[in-house]
Design a binder for this molecule. Structure first.
Ligand SMILES: Nc1ncnc2c1ncn2[C@@H]1O[C@H](COP(=O)(O)OP(=O)(O)OP(=O)(O)O)[C@@H](O)[C@H]1O
Ligand SMILES: [Mg+2]
Length: 737
């Protein structure tokens, strides 16, 4: 149930300019979506499907909806399964892949309760995948609605196909005049304008392209030239449906009016999922197109509506092409025989940036913390380019380049708690044909180990880390060898093998010497601190953690400093010094929030929750633990969710809900098992359950325990997060169909 003032969760982009006409369509669609849960907006390219969907979605982002999401599918690559589409949906909704569980299951669980509208934009090239995924999700999530846009219907049960009509003649004139006046203030309507809009058949994209020309052409000239273009084109492409022909003619016409350098830039830009001026200069220029000319040409393409400005991110303006334009431009790129060259340069640019940024992330190159923070924002919007560079590398057998990108960017995904997609890419490259040379293979395996460790899969992490050592050493890569040793040590320590772990850390210390290795040295110190905590050698642990914090601060790596400070917090808790424990946890939170470091934030918040519990401050314990659990759920790390649920068991017991405490403890133990760990009878849990056994008796506790173990994790989480006293039994689940 939504509280009246809960803000709607959404990623809807704002509308770039005035929405014209279609009042009836918008109202009808809103009503249709009240009663029908799957609507597909169909129509030719450029007819306005995306814009209409966006507008309708904005009108629906009101109190009755908990989430409204816009999922672009244009650059999703089909692989015959629903995975790629599911993955994109999950990425947009910030639902993490859980280790060892099909993503569709996780999605269905996450979307089971909240009233959500998902816009799937540009389904045409992944029609079957969209149909399958949507069908499955709608069957399992009673409050989910899907509004799709596609040039063809999805053809699935329950789909309501809505053909997007062209704009009415008067709307077409309005749109043309709006855009024309933006290009040339004071531009007046005339008969020629009516002629142009009639010729363009009410196609918004065609109208925008034509209107963009009023800067240098009169309406009469536009009308005349369009008529010529139509004659030319309809002679050649009689088979294409009429509307498609209109758009094709309009784009072709617009393209025809470009000068040669503008055409060259337009087609080369089609390799980007979105770009900045600097990226365009770098990737699109060559002898024929000097980098210095790109700014003027890009400005010209924006003026002509062939390129759209999408806003400013990380201090730089970004651009993109509308889908129909990108497709057209990509065809031109292939026709010009430039595809391999430009795509190759695009991939190389992504690779070079990734390696530079990767070095900054782990302080192999000095940089202030603010620069590292900016990189996180950058990769949030660069994902599309990274994905297409990886795809290109994979398709061309460029295993080494693909692996280098994965290795370089690992830190960003690990810090964010977003490892599944990148582990998947690494595995695909590792499994593909030729093994790369040791200088690529070693770091890739070490990076893969870190990704596994980030997903809390210690066994897998340990395997990769050990495997990484030989090639790293052969390649003389001390940095990544040390990284692998530290990761191996962390895994060994988690498994209780303290002596072996310490030996690995000694080896790491021996090679992590010299400038540029400060990060490894500090991280090894932190790892040793955590190891000593597990080993109950608290005083020594503190020295190592203090060292880690101060080195990390010196090199401006505040994530690393926070990681070590959480250890200091834990240490203070164990010593019974709740005040300084709270101080450490509270200090790291704003730093971690700045970069969206969810797993570490979840740990710090869990610490704050424990401290509050210790002081019997139940409301603030609930507040911190709830935030911690929500974060763990969003990063999909089951072990972290289990830990949070255990803490909740303790909390609800103290709140007086004995049954709830047993349910949650049971659910936590099942989750632990599902994550490949022993279900555990931790001392902490026994402390919680012991008094309840005395109160309720063993048989009842055993029954609740069984119920808790059978509870789907999402239900357990919902139960834990409910306001105490509002709900005493878990919400009923609609049976899966
Ligand atoms: N009703 C409208 N009011 C204002 N602008 C519109 C309207 N409909 C479409 N447009 C504009 O026309 C252009 C093309 O529309 P849109 O991208 O929605 O087409 P589409 O059908 O999704 O095309 P594609 O099949 O290529 O994805 C966009 O710039 C969009 O903003
Ligand atoms: Mg579209």
């Amino acid at each position: 149930m939504t509280a009246p003032n809960t803000p709607v969760k959404t990623n809807l982009p704002g509308e770039p300019n005035a929405f014209v006409g279609r009042e009836r369509d918008v109202a009808d669609l809103g009503r249709l979506l009240e009663s029908m849960r799957a609507v597909t907006l169909c129509g030719a390219g450029g007819i306005g499907k995306t814009r209409l969907a966006l507008h309708v979605a904005h009108t629906m982002a009101d109190a009755r909806t908990e989430g409204v999401w816009f999922v672009e599918l244009a650059d999703v690559r089909p692989d015959g399964t629903t995975e790629p589409v599911a993955r994109r949906v999950a990425a947009v909704l910030d639902i993490a892949e859980e280790d060892g569980r099909p993503l569709t299951e996780t999605l269905a669980d996450a979307l089971h309760a909240p009233a959500t509208l998902i816009v799937l934009d540009n389904c045409e090239h992944v029609i079957e995948e969209c149909a399958k995924l949507t069908g499955m999700l709608l069957a399992r999530c009673p409050r989910l609605r899907v509004l799709a846009t596609s040039r063809e219907p999805l053809r699935m049960a329950g789909e309501n196909v809505w053909r997007v009509p062209p704009l009415e003649p008067d709307e077409a004139v309005r749109l043309f005049m709006e855009r024309a006046r933006a290009a040339r203030p004071g531009f007046g309507a005339s008969d020629a304008v009516h002629e142009v809009t009639r010729a363009l058949d009410g196609m918004p994209l065609a109208l925008e392209l034509a209107a963009a020309r009023v800067r240098v052409l009169s309406a009469e000239q536009i009308a005349r030239r369009l008529a010529d273009r139509f004659r030319l084109l309809s002679a050649g492409e009689r088979t294409a449906p009429a509307r498609q022909r209109t758009l094709r003619a309009a784009i072709d016409w617009s393209h025809g009016l470009l000068d040669e350098p503008e055409r060259t830039l337009l087609r080369r830009l089609s390799v980007f999922a979105g770009w900045t001026l600097e990226q365009a200069e770098h990737v699109c220029s060559d002898d024929a197109l000097p980098a210095d000319d790109v700014l003027d040409l890009l400005t010209a393409l924006v003026d002509k509506s062939l390129v759209v400005v999408t806003g400013e991110i990380a201090g730089e303006v970004r651009f993109r092409q509308l889908d129909s334009i990108r497709e057209y431009a990509a065809e031109r790129l292939a026709d010009a025989g430039e595809e391999a060259g430009v795509r190759g340069r695009h991939r190389d640019a992504v690779l070079a940036a990734a390696e530079r940024h990767g070095r900054i992330a782990v302080a192999r190159e000095p940089a202030p913390w603010a620069d590292r923070v900016a990189l996180f924002t950058w990769y949030d919007v660069e994902l599309g380019n990274v994905r297409s560079a990886l795809t290109w590398s994979f398709d061309h057998g460029d295993t080494a380049e693909g692996l280098r990108i994965c290795t370089a960017l690992r830190t960003f995904w690990i810090v964010r708690g977003r490892v599944a997609e990148w582990a998947g890419w690494t595995d695909r490259f590792l499994a593909s044909g030729r093994r790369p040379a040791p200088d690529v293979l070693g770091p890739a395996l070490a990076g893969r180990a870190q990704l596994a460790a980030g997903g809390r899969d210690s066994a897998q992490a340990a395997r990769y880390a050990e495997e990484a050592l030989a090639p790293c050493r052969r390649a003389g890569d001390d940095f990544m060898a040390a990284t692998a040793l530290i990761t191996a040590a962390e895994c060994l320590a988690r498994g209780g093998r303290f002596t072996d772990a310490a030996k690995r850390l000694d080896e790491a210390d021996a090679i992590a010497v010299g400038p540029g290795q400060e990060w490894n040295r500090a991280y090894a110190s932190a790892a040793r601190g955590y190891l000593l905590i597990r080993n109950s050698r608290l005083r020594e642990a503190r020295e190592h953690l203090d060292t880690a914090v101060s080195v990390m601060r010196d090199i401006g790596q505040l994530w690393g400093a926070s990681h070590a400070m959480i250890g200091l917090g834990r240490l203070a808790e164990l010593r019974g010094d709740t005040a300084s424990a709270r101080g450490h946890y509270a200090e790291v939170l704003p730093i971690l929030a700045e970069i969206g470091a969810r797993p570490e934030m979840a740990r710090a918040l869990a610490g704050l929750g424990r401290v509050a519990l210790e002081q019997d401050d139940l409301p603030s314990a609930r507040d911190s633990l709830a935030q911690s659990l929500t974060l763990s759920r969003s990063s999909g790390i089951r072990l972290d969710m289990a830990r949070a649920l255990d803490a909740f068991a303790d909390l609800v017991a103290r709140e007086g809900d004995a049954r709830g405490a047993v349910l949650l403890a049971g659910a936590a133990s099942a989750l632990r098992e599902a994550a490949g760990r022993e279900p555990g009878t931790g001392a902490r849990r026994e402390r919680t359950l012991e008094p309840i056994r005395r109160e309720l008796g063993e048989p009842l506790v055993a029954q609740f325990w069984g119920e808790g173990r059978a509870m789907p994790p999402d239900d357990a989480i919902t139960y834990a997060l409910r306001t105490p006293g509002t709900l005493t039994v878990p919400p009923p689940r609609t049976p899966d169909t």
